[in-house]
Design a protein around this ligand. Structure first.
Ligand SMILES: Nc1ncnc2c1ncn2[C@@H]1O[C@H](COP(=O)(O)OP(=O)(O)OP(=O)(O)O)[C@@H](O)[C@H]1O
Ligand SMILES: [Mg+2]
Length: 224
């Protein structure tokens, strides 16, 4: 199996005025194509920070993130953005939907070099899966938290990414919708060989993955 993502000695500090928070420290990870890894930890453990570093959104202070043996932070910013658009789907903890676009547009816009018609077709299909067809023309401010979360997941899947990074993807969902996302993640991991890294404090969701690790106070611990 070939390595898809390697994280080496990753450390991220946040510096505010004279205060410093070590959010993650000396994290090492190795992920192969087709893996489905969940990382569980309490609030403030460093889960979002780690995922943002892996996804090319937040440059670490120390260490490196390799994607197919290439250090993503050694590239120019525009190349990192291109790499991300092409290969990575990101489900953000706080959604980050574009308020000026409706639900359908939010999803379709994520299409890589969109052929407009194809992007909208796929966005429609994703909305159908999440039973949100009737909300296609709604704006984010007109959605419930759970609905926004589903749109955020749909957007991340728009490009059929090789690597899907999920930050607390069911944090705002009821049991039924949670199950639906669980099934979907398992399905795309199995059928499309989408590699998934999921971070959450929800053990029940984490147990759905093939591999599980714990994170606490910025440090990673393997469990199985
Ligand atoms: N922009 C920032 N500036 C300063 N400190 C930050 C910043 N972002 C996060 N932190 C700190 O880094 C630590 C880890 O935060 P992070 O958001 O990665 O945790 P988390 O595990 O995702 O938590 P949660 O489960 O609540 O989402 C926290 O102590 C937090 O206060
Ligand atoms: Mg978080």
């Amino acid at each position: 199996m070939s390595k898809l993502v390697e994280v080496k000695n990753l450390t991220k500090l946040y510096k505010n005025h004279n205060h410093e928070v070590k959010a993650i420290e000396a994290i090492n990870l190795s992920i192969e194509k087709g893996d489905f890894l969940s990382i569980v930890g309490p609030s403030a453990a460093g889960k979002s920070t780690l995922l943002h570093c892996i996804g090319g959104i937040l440059a670490p202070d120390k260490g490196e993130v390799l994607y197919k043996n290439k250090n993503i932070y050694k590239q120019r910013e525009v190349h990192v953005a291109n790499w991300r658009n092409k290969n990575v789907g990101f489900v953000f903890q706080f959604y980050y939907l574009i308020e000026e676009l409706n639900v359908l547009e939010n999803i379709a816009l994520a299409g890589f070099r969109p052929k407009k018609k194809y992007s909208f077709q796929r966005a429609h299909k994703l909305l159908e899966y999440f039973e949100l067809t009737e909300r296609s023309n709604f704006y984010p401010s007109q959605l419930s938290g759970g609905q926004k979360q589903k749109v955020a997941v749909a957007r991340a899947l728009m490009n059929k990414p090789d690597l899907l990074l999920c930050d607390e993807p069911t944090g705002n969902l009821d049991q039924d919708s949670q199950e639906k996302i669980k099934i979907l993640l398992k399905k795309i991991n199995k059928e499309d060989e989408t590699t998934i890294i999921l971070v959450t404090h929800n053990l029940q969701l984490a147990e759905n993955a093939k591999q599980m690790m714990f994170i606490e106070a910025g440090r990673l611990k393997e469990v199985r």
